[in-house]
Design a protein around this ligand. Sequence first.
Ligand SMILES: Nc1ncnc2c1ncn2[C@@H]1O[C@H](COP(=O)(O)OP(=O)(O)OP(=O)(O)O)[C@@H](O)[C@H]1O
Ligand SMILES: [Mg+2]
Length: 190
Amino acid sequence: MGRNGAGKTTLLKMISGASAPDSGTVQLGASLTMGYFAQQSLDVLNPDLTILEQLQQDFPQDGIGSLRSLAGAFQFSGDDVDKKIRSLSGGEKSRLAMARMLYNPPNFLVLDEPTNHLDLATKEMLIGALKDFEGTMIFVSHDRTFLRGLGSRVLELGGESGKDRTPRVYPGPYTEYVQALGHEAPGIYS
Ligand SMILES: Nc1ncnc2c1ncn2[C@@H]1O[C@H](COP(=O)(O)OP(=O)(O)OP(=O)(O)O)[C@@H](O)[C@H]1O
Ligand SMILES: [Mg+2]
């Protein structure tokens, strides 16, 4: 959690290795496999491929039937899978990126505002899929439904002023954090 500019994206980039810390070190467990989702990860999709072609390129061992079901589970039905990635909306691209990440899920997910651009139905589908996820997950979200559904511990950067240098940890779920605070965290929408 934290206001705009508090450093949430920066923290996740350091965890994922996308940015190096100015000081200190990042140490990840040896058996960890990571999936990182951020808006910029949509750029790794190849705009010239269709949805199905992208999935076939990502998972060459898997049959077309399995890949169609994967696409279907992420709400690309029928002819949708033949759409070129360059023509997809932001929400559709996010859905495809999530489908790729959750097909053979890693054991550690790092998600930076994963519900941006998603409509309510997709958001709820994603929350459901992530509830079943058995690994560890760290995410940044300003979305109340997402936080209430999945936030089991809260790390707050910047505090209410946005300027506190020391991060605060609430060991309980987001709903308890809201109770302790007496109101919803700053910048949260439903
Ligand atoms: N590479 C960089 N070098 C210097 N400053 C940076 C760099 N990247 C980000 N910043 C600054 O660090 C601060 C934190 O940025 P960050 O993107 O981590 O915020 P955030 O908490 O994710 O905000 P938001 O809620 O808007 O996504 C901002 O003031 C930003 O301008
Ligand atoms: Mg950010």
